[in-house]
Ligand binder design. Structure first.
Ligand code: AMP
Length: 295
């Protein structure tokens, strides 16, 4: 693989999921988990995170197989991060049933020397204070890409604003963009956020795709429509994985966004992260060309 390396920090979780069709169950989850499965298809991914003593073997195997190294993945006594979500009838909106930080609550990452020089840093969704801590330990990253969620806008806004100021490419969904700016139109919100630090803001629009907003241009990117969605969890993290992975492999930002959109479509086809295992090269290329024609 001739791609640049990516360092990421994000949640590694055990999720409880409830779907509108009655499907429910416990699966591996977390922003970093979806991200590594997606991004490692294109570039080496170095993972920063923590799991508890209850983390299943299946999860350890996943990281062993897909992460470039496990030097900064801590295993400590205690409970792994847990999140529960119940989807509404439209299969897009969801209610958080619980968020238990567990061992993430007092996680103090110390990035190993070898991982400090990764040129691309993806700050996946996790407490902004932790995103800042990790970022402060990386030696002059070339590109900092950040994702977040409504919980941190509500509970850690000052830290989040500091993260945004240090970010090159910000990813967030349309509701979060509105929460941060008070603006209901995604383009206006994106442009306002560009004034706060990032060069590029990517507003995710669920099944409608995404909007890239920069000072000088606004570019819509379509979604690859999946008729029979099994589970939308992790679509945003998988989108980010495809995007950052393709950037690390040297693709342009627009091409990388299209790759992100295509990878996200695999994610929603399986319960938990299982859909990402089906993204074979031919099918990925076909979805990429379909999105390119639609965008
Ligand atoms: P997405 O559907 O892309 O928003 O990501 C879903 C994943 O985010 C789930 O697997 C959860 O474990 C994880 N998650 C949910 N809430 C949080 C949170 N507050 N911080 C970090 N990760 C979270």
């Amino acid at each position: 693989m001739n791609s640049d390396s990516i360092l990421t920090v994000g949640s590694i979780a055990i999720d409880w999921l409830e779907m509108p069709d009655g499907t429910e169950g416990e699966v591996l989850g977390g922003s970093a988990t979806y991200f590594v499965l997606a991004a490692s298809q294109f570039a080496p991914v170095h993972i920063v995170g923590v799991v508890g003593s209850d983390f299943p073997q299946e999860g350890h195997d996943l990281f062993k197989t897909h992460a470039a190294n496990l030097d900064d993945l801590q295993v400590v006594e205690g409970k792994t991060f847990r999140w529960g979500g119940r989807y509404h009838e439209n299969w897009e909106n969801r209610t958080t049933l619980f968020t238990e930080l567990g061992v993430f609550g007092d996680f103090k990452p110390t990035i190993s020397q070898g991982n400090r020089s990764c040129p691309l840093v993806f700050l996946a969704n996790i407490q902004p204070s932790l995103q800042l801590d990790v970022l402060s330990q990386i030696e002059s990253p070339r590109l900092v890409i950040t994702d977040t969620m409504n919980l941190w806008i509500d509970t850690a806004l000052d830290d989040l604003k500091e993260v945004i100021a240090k970010t090159d490419i910000l990813l967030l969904n349309d509701n979060e963009a509105e929460m941060l700016t008070g603006l209901t139109d995604s383009e206006g919100a994106g442009r306002e956020l560009c004034r706060q630090g990032p060069k590029s803001v990517i507003v995710k629009l669920g099944s409608s795709g995404a909007l890239l907003v920069e000072e000088e241009r606004t570019v819509p990117v379509a979604a690859y429509k999946i008729e029979d969605i099994v589970d939308p969890t992790g679509a945003g993290d998988s989108f980010a994985g495809g995007l950052v992975g393709a950037l690390a492999a040297g693709e342009s930002l627009i091409d990388s966004l299209i790759t992100g959109s295509a990878i996200a479509s695999f994610s929603v086809e399986g319960f938990g992260p299982s859909g990402l295992y089906n993204s074979d090269k031919d099918e990925l290329a076909q979805r990429i060309s379909c999105i390119r024609n639609l965008s």
